[in-house]
Structures are given as structure tokens and as C-alpha cells.
Design a protein around this ligand. Sequence first.
Ligand SMILES: NC(=O)c1ccc[n+]([C@@H]2O[C@H](COP(=O)([O-])OP(=O)(O)OC[C@H]3O[C@@H](n4cnc5c(N)ncnc54)[C@H](O)[C@@H]3O)[C@@H](O)[C@H]2O)c1
Ligand SMILES: [Zn+2]
Length: 361
Amino acid sequence: MKKHIAVQLPPEPVRGYGILIQPGGLASLPAIIRKRWPGRRVFVVTDTNVARLYARSLQRAFDDVGLDSALFEVPAGEASKSIDIYYALTGALLESGIKRNSLVVALGGGVVGDLAGFAASTVLRGVSFIQVPTSLLAQVDSSVGGKVGIDHEAGKNLIGAFHQPSFVLIDPEVLRTLPPVEFRNGLAEIVKIAAALDKRFFRFLEQNASRVTQTNTRLIAQVIHRAVALKAAVVEKDEREAGLRKSLNLGHTIGHALEASSGFSIKHGEAVSIGMVAESQLALAAGLLNPDEYNRLVRLLGRCGLPTQMPTGLDAKKFYRALAVDKKNTGVDPAFVLLRRIGASLIGVRIPAPMVQALVQ
Ligand SMILES: NC(=O)c1ccc[n+]([C@@H]2O[C@H](COP(=O)([O-])OP(=O)(O)OC[C@H]3O[C@@H](n4cnc5c(N)ncnc54)[C@H](O)[C@@H]3O)[C@@H](O)[C@H]2O)c1
Ligand SMILES: [Zn+2]
């Protein structure tokens, strides 16, 4: 005889969070935390570069407002999104007495945000965390939306969770110290957001590309605001990436394969830039995109100082193996997010494998 038991749970509590974009805002983080989360212990996770520039002074600022904080540094770079570093970090958090009501602060680029967010989502079955993104890429993309995770030998971001931050603080002033190549990486995600979702924003970028620099804080704050607002609106409609949110994976199917097959020597933003162009070539070949729109995309990426061509000497076997394991794919022919025109994309477009294989011989 079959017996069914239903587990009925109350609806989730109202969730949601604020995103503050404020030049110089980093200095006010301790006061914000003290006001909104009084008495919580703060566990700041950062990387070696950001520690040197910002984390130590931030820790002093926590002391000044009477908040108990501890600092955890991981080596800078994608290699820190590994199971080993994750294990060491969660071990250090536990050893330092992290509790369910503690706060994890991810202070750094997307690597720190993804890793610290994943540690926060799993340690003690989940503690709250705050994103304080310091790279342009993290400010416009990875810090908003709650995707956290680490890499696996089989591919990028294959182990992870959805764990929304409790608050995001974006301080565009810190971009002044970012290596220029990292700034360009962030521009790739901005172009992606505009190309996938908003032709007016794309036009704005075309008109202002040369003025969007690390030191033009006013303009970059405006650009960050637009990009984050677009991303937040998508996340609100489709948090778990059942449909619409997939449009933000424009350039990423090929981008991730490029990163993995180059042993991560190609940076994420560069890979996404090349990925957007290569995928748009597929869209052209499939008759989905017109050549004028394609040319606008290539031109804007080029003006942002981003690569637009497949690197030479790529290991084709590794590249196609990486494409096949891209976790967003569910069938045999790889599926792509393809540009229909600037500001509009199509998700889940299956392209016959031989057409894709023409990209890298
Ligand atoms: N979770 C998501 O939704 C999402 C979205 C996009 C990308 N990502 C992930 O983000 C990662 C890439 O992030 P990233 O490009 O920020 O890389 P990153 O975190 O490695 O940062 C880039 C470099 O800049 C340094 N840095 C950061 N801020 C600085 C500052 N203000 N001054 C000086 N140096 C600074 C870092 O130490 C690092 O060396 C990838 O792993 C990617 O998969 C995640
Ligand atoms: Zn990305």
C-alpha cells in the first residue's frame, strides 16, 4: 500500500536586498553593518591583492565602530575557486568561531565573491553574506544575483549554489587601483548586458566608450548603475535561471570553453568578449542576426580594448570537450544564447555541432 506524506512549509519569508552604489562608500560599511546587523561578528574574506589595498584599513574601521571582525585572505586568481581553497577557508571560518548569525563579507573581485559566497551558503548550512565587489566585473555582474560557486576540473562553476547576498555595496572609487586589463574585463560584461537586454544602453556605450575610464568615477558610476539595474530586473523575474536569466549567458558558452581549454590563461571577460563575437558569427550563419548589428558589437568591444578573435594555437580537442560539458547544455548539439539584434537575444538555440566545429579547426 502506498502512503503519501506531504511536507507543508510556510511560504518563504520575503527576500530581497539593497544595492548601494556610492563613490567612497567603502568607508561607511562598518557603520552600515553596525546599524543594520548590530552585534554580529564579521568575517571578511578577501584576496592577497585587495587585502593589501583595502582590507586592513577596513578592519581598523570595524574596530573603530566597535565591531568584532576577522580577516581571511586567499591567493588572488581563479585558482582560488577550488575545492582545496574552499575547504581551507571553511575550516578557518569554523576554527574562528563562525556562528549561524555571523556575517561573511566578500571583499574583492568575482573570485572572492563566488568563493566566499559559496562558503557562506554551505558553512553551518548557510550564513548571511554581504558583497563588496572591488573589480568592475564583480561590481556590474557577479555580486548581484546570488550565483556562488567554485570550479571543478570538469569545468567552471560546476559546484555551486544560489545564495543571495543580504546587501551589496559598490564603491566605484576602488576601481582606480584595478589593473587596466581587469577594468577591460568588466567592460566585457557591461557590453554583454547591454547587447543582450537594452539597445539604448548599448547606444550610450557606443557614444561614450572613450570616456568610460577607471578614473572617470561619475561616468563609471552611471554605467554601473544601469548595468546593475538591468541585471537586478532579470534576477527578480528569474532568480534560478529557468529562462530569461539565461540571456545573461551571452558569450559564455564559448567563453567558458575558451577559459577551460586555455588552462584559464584567458581571463573571463576576454573570453566572454571573444565568445560573444564567435557566437554572433553562428547567429549570422544561422540567419538570425544581420551583419550591421554584428559589426556594431565587434566595433564596441574593440573600442573597449577587448579581444574579438579566437586565439591562435588553441587546443581544439580540449575546447570541444569543454563545450560539451558546459553545464548549461542539456543535449547533444550545443545550445547557445544568440543575439537576434542589439538589445535582444534568443536562448537555447541549438546549433548543429559541425557548424560549431568550424570555429576552431
Ligand atoms: N557569480 C556570478 O554571477 C558571476 C558572474 C560573472 C563572473 N563570475 C566569476 O567572476 C570571476 C572573475 O571575477 P574578476 O574578473 O573580478 O576576477 P578576480 O576576482 O580574480 O579579480 C581580478 C584581479 O583584480 C584584483 N583586484 C580586484 N579588485 C581590485 C582593486 N580594487 N584594486 C586592485 N586590484 C583588484 C584581484 O586581486 C585579481 O587579481 C570568474 O571566476 C567568473 O566565473 C561570476
Ligand atoms: Zn561572466
